[in-house]
Ligand binder design. Structure first.
Ligand code: SAJ
Length: 433
């Protein structure tokens, strides 16, 4: 690949990260082939449509497909740069599962040629990029691979984690700084040249293992800090304090910045990645492990509090506001809101109503519970108790006048002006007669 020609790129995995990444690279003028195991996903993209919700992604994909810069396939083809963006889940014992990464390695191995660059973006336990390198070396003994040859290697291999926030993916893909970890410094330089084509943020090179750890550390840092906020919220409940007021005041200190409590930590990153560190160093990670426990425990605390509230008001109509794992997205994976709402639906059946503007229908676990989906206007007009589980903007903007008479359990702190928001257990419920 000459530096003045645009590389042909193959992005393996067209999910929440792979598809936006493929589209942004294509927008920079590179010809991109997106690879996915799902024929349905491939067909959708080749029609210029998308299978996930993300701000502005539909227009971008439509444009780059129409210009012939992005196409999708289930079959690999030769390219100059391969970007792997496949899932790395964990098993029931929280052990990381890198089988999709290795499978992606097996897929691209046959078409690799001299000069190619292979970049892993999936969140991965430390050492995964070297494992990928070893796999490629085994499958392609004809190629000299980095770190295993004294000569100039035929291919370059690097780890460059994505760090984009769902809901802001396109903006953050371009503007965030990137850590680029090469299996060797030469690999890092090759990968750097590629990212500079479409990243405006600063690209910092390092070794592959440090880059792998950096990604895990970023999300574990966040998890630990949210755990602190969630622990404070439980302490405040016990003491009859308004945690939001306490945090608001504490954050006026110039060196204090407490995050927001919520019904727990959801999504497939922050609730997952800390386990990759714990799994790699079980004896050295009491804090990270405990934080995970605190955040998971918060879901159960919210369930218990909400159940007590509904039990105290058996005739009340109850609305659970939100199912998504966070505000303004249609992603329900590992969502604490969904967990809480489904527990309430199973226990209280038709007394429970669910408001989720980002869901066309209720998830499967609500089937046969008797709970129904309603919109926010129905909830405000007909429900007596509102349990805020997600801070969607559409909930946040509800004026006090439309909810002042309601009994509110606000797990996200979106309505600080709600009169009975905190001590709702003791407040008098004005039930419709
Ligand atoms: N949450 C709180 N309180 C807070 C902040 C978040 O309860 O103060 C909850 C959210 O409601 C949600 C969960 O935490 O349930 C995670 O949400 P998030 O917005 O903090 O993060 P994610 O999972 O959408 O994306 C994270 C980001 N990582 C960091 O901010 C360190 C993102 O930059 C990563 O790219 C992404 O994980 C990833 O793919 O790893």
């Amino acid at each position: 690949m000459k530096s003045d020609t645009k590389p042909a790129v193959c992005v393996v995995g067209l999910g929440y990260i792979g598809l936006p990444t493929a589209a942004v690279i294509a927008r920079a003028g590179c010809k991109v082939l997106g690879l996915d195991v799902s024929q349905k996903v491939v067909d959708t993209i080749n029609r210029g449509e998308i299978h996930i919700e993300e701000v502005d992604l539909d227009g971008l994909v439509h444009g780059v497909v129409a210009r012939g810069l992005l196409s999708a396939s289930t079959e690999v083809a030769p390219a100059d740069v391969f970007v792997i963006a496949v899932p790395t889940p964990f098993d029931k014992d929280h052990a990381p599962d890198i089988s999709y990464v290795l499978s992606a390695g097996r897929t691209i191995a046959p078409v690799l040629k001299q000069g190619d660059v292979v970049i892993l973006e999936s969140t991965s336990p430390v050492g995964t990029t070297e494992q990928l390198r070893d796999l490629l070396a085994e499958l392609r003994p004809d190629l000299k691979v980095p770190g295993r040859t004294a000569e100039i290697p035929d291919i370059s291999i690097a780890y460059c984690p994505e760090r984009v926030l769902p809901g802001r993916i396109l903006e953050e893909l371009t503007n965030n700084d990137r850590s680029i970890g090469g299996v060797t410094p030469r690999c890092a330089r090759k990968a750097l040249a590629f990212y500079k084509r479409f990243v405006r943020g600063e690209c910092v090179t390092t070794d592959a293992r440090s880059a792998e750890m950096t990604k895990l550390v970023e999300n574990a840092y966040r998890d630990v800090n949210i755990a602190f906020a969630n622990e404070l919220s439980i302490v405040s409940d016990t003491m009859g304090l308004d945690v939001w007021e306490v945090i608001r005041l504490a954050n006026r200190h110039p060196r204090v910045n407490i995050l927001s409590p919520g019904p727990g930590v959801g999504g497939h990153c922050i609730a997952v990645d800390p386990w990759f560190i714990v799994h790699g160093a079980p004896e050295q990670t009491p804090l990270i492990r405990t934080a995970r426990g605190v955040n998971d425990g918060k879901m159960h605390h919210v369930v218990a509090r909400a159940e007590a509230l509904v039990e105290a008001h058996p005739k009340a109509k109850v609305a659970c506001l939100g199912l998504a794992f966070k505000a303004n997205i249609d992603d329900f994976r590992e969502s604490p809101a969904r967990f809480v709402a489904s527990r309430l639906a199973r226990k209280f059946g038709s007394q429970i109503h669910i408001v989720e503007p980002y869901a066309a229908q209720l998830p499967i676990e609500f089937t046969d519970t008797g709970a129904t989906q309603i919109d926010i206007d129905d909830a405000l007009e007909t429900c007596d108790i509102l349990i805020v589980l997600v801070d969607h903007d559409v909930f946040r903007v509800v004026p006090l006048a439309e909810r002042a008479e309601k009994l509110v359990y606000d797990t996200r702190g979106i309505w600080p002006d709600q009169p009975q928001a905190v001590r709702e257990q003791e407040a008098a419920l004005r039930l419709a007669s």
